[in-house]
Design a protein around this ligand. Structure first.
Ligand code: MIC
Ligand code: SF4
Length: 637
């Protein structure tokens, strides 16, 4: 039977389950990646599993999220990550080398390989034809230990690309268009597989922009074929041997289909505060822009930044607008420097930041109060920039550069001739010497743990009946940034669950932590798509530490749902979504945890009211994990 790319890779890596959408499958994992903010927990968990060396073909530990090293906590985390990598056979990418997804695409990602990463934008590697998925740190730790990665078999959506981009439209506008069409819930349970004549017109870095931000659709992942364009990219990157052709068979089946005419696209923006709030730049004409920020794992490639540098050449950024530029990797930065392009960026008045996530995760570069920020990033959740009332618009590098020069969004019709497309040079200078490759035997390496690195907490088994109050009621589209914010101050506590737990829901309800501490335990009641966004398992670990036993929601985001299971929190779904309105914050519930069966509704008693029916999409194995107090308890047994 003719196969699509996704099913080909899944079939080649399937260790359990059947390839019927919705059913649980287990996949053999070839590669893993972690970043510092989720990595410390992932490696503490890997250590707890008790394996002597990683069992994957390739595992990389990147340090890119928090590199500020303000105080001892953050540098201690880096030291732990460096030593734990050397001990267990993991490649280490020191702070400043670049952003994990950009570096992985440039140096390690391979067509046809499976990759799990403790970061939701791991699908960036789908641009090269890798089946790359974001996961919680514990799932990545298990993959490093050679265990399969379990997920529901996704549906495969064919995204058919017709035509070619014209004028000022870019790859960013392709994914913004798709987000406008499908929304932040549109990709749940699906892989977005790109096909059609438009594919050949897009470079690998452009494809990676699209697969990167496919995470915002809630998709399991996104993937492009590995074709002549991919072959050429890998050759220029000095890795011709890493190429294998991977294309869908003629007549392959898909579960669903969307068509995009690339030639009809215009510059777009995602308006505050959701990546699917689509508008055209034309419609924003005249809106003052206080800050523009170019970079992040979405738009920090050589081509993106060279285009920007050429747009800035000989011009000055508007005096009332700040322009921040963060290259995706040292490779990009050194190429810009050696070609004299850095000078254009610096001379324009822009600020050059380190090759890290930077302002994208609120590590500095916050906008002014109420300010408008045009960012080439992938998320504009409220407060994520570090300024609660800032208005963040997600745009292409070209649009951000124009806004910085003009001090405002202006109609693209007034921008003149669009710049020519930038090609990679024939040979790109390698930066492999910046990575620290592990020795064959790491058994004598001492793992160094600073005082901020706290031992893992042991969680007790779930009681047969959970009697607890609704400690917090929240609406739709609650992101992990709402549950546990990022930023320099809080991210420095990622290795210290008791300390970071003090910030759970701090941007939503300042009284949540004292309230649940007084209650001793509690339930979260939520609307649609609870837990969308980041893979940070701290958004499950923090609530678990504070005593959250269950989340009852209208629907849940994939990675967060898995993290809830991993840490022994019941993810329950309302049978009748209208019941959401019948339960108030503070209501006392009795959840018959021991009686819950996979996919079967049960009645939850509500004190002083009618019972509410809840169901679940859990497997028997997942239920057992939750009842035993979390995955680590099960694994150790
Ligand atoms: C994000 O973009 O939200 C992050 C920060 O990269 C997270 C990971 C984290 O919270 O450490 C993600 O996307 O998974
Ligand atoms: Fe880093 Fe932002 Fe990408 Fe997350 S989305 S990995 S914070 S650059």
């Amino acid at each position: 039977m003719p196969q699509n790319i996704t099913r080909k890779i899944i079939a080649a890596h399937l260790v359990s389950g059947e390839m019927t959408p919705g059913g649980e499958i287990g996949l053999r994992i070839d590669q893993t990646l972690t970043q510092d903010a989720t990595g410390t927990m992932a490696y503490l968990q890997f250590e707890a599993i008790g394996i002597d060396r990683v069992a994957t073909e390739l595992s990389v530990s990147y340090v890119d999220h928090n590199t500020l090293q303000m105080g001892f906590r953050n540098p201690d985390d880096h030291q732990y990550l460096r030593t734990v990598a050397a001990r267990y056979g993991i490649i280490y990418s020191p702070p400043g080398t670049g952003i994990c997804h950009q570096l992985h695409l440039e140096n390690f990602a391979r067509p046809g390989r499976t990759l799990v990463g403790s970061d939701s934008h791991t699908p960036t590697a789908g641009g090269i034809g890798s089946l790359a998925m974001g996961a919680g740190g514990l799932s990545v730790a298990l993959a490093m230990a050679g265990q399969p990665y379990f997920l529901p078999m996704p549906k495969v959506v064919r995204v058919w690309l017709d035509g070619a981009l014209t004028g000022w439209a870019t790859a960013k506008d392709v994914i913004l268009h798709l987000l406008g069409l499908l929304t932040v819930k549109g990709g749940v349970g699906k892989v977005m597989e790109y096909a059609g004549p438009g594919v050949a017109t897009l470079s690998v870095p452009e494809r990676a922009v699209i697969t990167n931000m496919g995470a915002e659709l809630g998709a399991t992942t996104s993937i492009f074929p590995a074709d002549a364009v991919t072959k050429d990219f890998l050759a220029r990157m000095g890795r011709p041997g890493d190429f294998t052709e991977l294309v869908a068979d003629a007549g392959a089946d898909y579960d669903d289909e969307v068509t995009i005419d690339l030639s009809a696209l215009v510059p777009l923006a995602a308006a505050p505060h959701m990546p699917d709030r689509m508008t055209t730049i034309k419609a924003l004409d005249g809106m003052k822009v206080n800050q523009a920020a170019i970079g992040s794992c979405t738009n920090s490639s050589y081509a993106d930044l060279k285009t920007v540098a050429l747009m800035l050449r000989g011009r000055r950024v508007h005096p009332e607008t700040d322009l921040l530029v963060s290259p995706g990797s040292k490779q990009v930065l050194s190429m810009l420097a050696s070609e004299g392009l850095l000078a254009h960026i610096l001379e324009s008045g822009a600020r050059l930041l380190e090759c890290t996530c930077g302002p994208c995760i609120g590590m500095g570069g916050s906008p002014t109060s109420g300010g408008v920020s045009a960012r080439t990033f992938n998320r504009n959740f409220e407060g994520r920039s570090g300024t609660q009332d800032a208005k963040v618009y997600l745009v292409s590098p070209q649009t951000a550069a124009m806004a910085a020069l003009n001090g405002a969004f202006t109609d693209p019709a007034t921008w003149g001739q669009a710049p020519a497309r930038v090609e990679l040079p024939e040979t790109v200078p390698s930066i492999r010497h910046h990575f620290i490759f592990p020795c064959a035997d790491g058994s004598s390496v001492d793992i160094v743990r600073g005082p901020n690195i706290k031992a893992l907490e042991r969680f007790s088994a779930m009681p047969g009946v959970v009697s607890a109050a609704v400690a917090l009621k929240v609406g739709d589209d609650i992101t992990t940034d709402h549950i546990l914010p990022a930023g320099a101050q809080i991210t420095a506590l990622r290795s210290n669950i008791p300390a970071i737990s003090e910030f759970v829901f701090s941007r939503v309800d300042q009284d949540f932590v004292p309230r649940i501490k007084e209650l001793g335990q509690g339930v979260i009641l939520a609307g649609e798509n609870y837990g969308q966004g980041s893979s940070r398992e701290h958004a499950a670990l923090g609530p678990r530490h504070l005593g959250v036993k269950a989340v009852i929601a209208k629907s849940l985001a994939r990675i967060h749902r898995a993290n809830l299971v991993n840490f022994g929190i019941l993810p329950l779904l309302l049978v009748d979504k209208a019941d959401y309105d019948r339960i108030d914050q503070g209501a006392r519930l009795a959840i018959p945890a021991a009686d819950i069966r996979p996919g079967e509704p049960v009645a939850v008693a509500v004190e002083g009211g009618k019972p509410v029916m809840v169901t679940n999409d859990l497997t028997r194995k997942e239920l057992d994990i939750i009842l035993s107090g979390g995955l680590l308890n099960t694994v150790k047994r």
